[in-house]
Write a protein that binds this ligand. Structure first.
Ligand code: SF4
Length: 319
């Protein structure tokens, strides 16, 4: 991957001391592991609306009269920061169409992605049902954008899925930057076939019907926007062990005539062990990649399934 991928991030996760308590929430995975591949674009929405650090903590409050959710100080200090935060968010997000992903800080009334506490006006009865105002704006303007929280990225499967989506969107955005050409979009879709099948076979078939109708679209830009949304929604479905097993067996079929009995058995056993959960996905994939270098196949060689993100991130070790 030659060019670093542009990814937005809550500034406190990069280690910037911008939190209400003067501290940060440095996310080691981002700072240490992702940084070689990603060009982070940090933003602290609360600092961007002019708040200092340290500052009183903020919270989301549901107004009893209108049902609106407002951003207020949690210490009872008067003031409603919602208009300032919504205006800043709209303006900032309008300059973020180039981003391929966003890592946000969990639980924050500005940056949290889900389950942010929403209080009643008396400051009690809080329920974890909110989204930070900045992130709500981000997800509303760019529903295709991969967005994840720091805490959820500790889960290996969620982490792998997030990085996979970021890399796919980056590749797709590069096609658009180079000027949309139908044959390149179709080649992109073909390269992602096995990877998409690992996420959802029914959704892959549905997307396939959409792709097959590409020639009916007069405006390639409109087709691209719809395809991007559908593709990213499909990839957001967590790949399953069962679907991976089907894909591995499908690839196995390509080598059937080339491998001897011992090699075929070894491969079948490895796929079975993966299916049973006693081997990580990396194991059968490494063996298939080995056979691919021994017995090259142009169709398989271009499949993103074998390397959907830089191997050095070691994302397929954990599951
Ligand atoms: S969570 Fe968001 S608003 Fe809060 S300190 Fe971090 S970047 Fe700033």
């Amino acid at each position: 991957m030659s060019e670093k991928i542009p990814v937005g991030i809550s500034a406190c996760l990069l280690g910037e001391a911008v939190r209400f308590d003067g501290g940060h929430k440095r996310l080691a995975f981002a700072v240490e592991e992702l940084a070689p591949w990603v060009r982070f674009e940090p933003l602290c929405p609360e600092m961007a609306i002019g708040l200092p650090t340290p500052r009183p903590a903020l919270r989301l409050v549901r107004s009893a009269a209108e049902g609106n959710i407002a951003l207020r100080f949690s210490n009872g200090q008067p003031g409603d920061l919602s208009a300032a935060m919504n205006s800043l968010s709209r303006q900032a997000v309008s300059h973020m169409a180039h981003l391929c992903g966003y890592v946000v800080c969990a639980k924050s009334p500005s940056c949290g992605m889900e389950r942010v506490r929403v209080y009643d006006e008396q400051g009690s009865n809080n329920r974890k049902v909110g989204t930070g105002l900045f992130t709500a704006q981000l997800m509303q303007q760019f529903p295709w954008l991969p967005v994840e929280e720091d805490g959820r990225l500790h889960d290996p499967a969620i982490r792998e899925n997030f990085i996979e989506r970021i890399c796919a969107l980056h590749e797709l955005n590069q096609l658009r930057r180079a000027g949309l050409k139908r044959h390149e979009l179709l080649a992109f879709h073909s390269r992602y076939k096995l990877l998409l099948l690992a996420h959802s076979q029914p959704l892959y078939r549905e997307l396939g019907r959409f792709v097959a109708a590409i020639h009916q679209w007069q405006d390639p830009g409109a087709w691209f926007n719809e395809y991007r949304l559908r593709l990213m929604q499909l990839l957001a479905h967590q790949a399953t062990r069962r679907n991976h097993t089907n894909v591995l067996m499908h690839i196995q079929g390509y080598f059937r005539k080339r491998l001897n009995t011992r090699q075929r058995q070894e491969l079948a056993t490895l796929i079975l062990r993966y299916r049973e959960g006693t081997q990580p996905l990396l194991a059968p994939i490494a063996l298939l990649k080995h056979y691919l270098s021994e017995y090259p196949d142009p169709y398989l060689a271009q499949q993103r399934y074998f390397e959907p993100y830089p191997e050095a991130l070691r994302l397929r070790y954990g599951y």
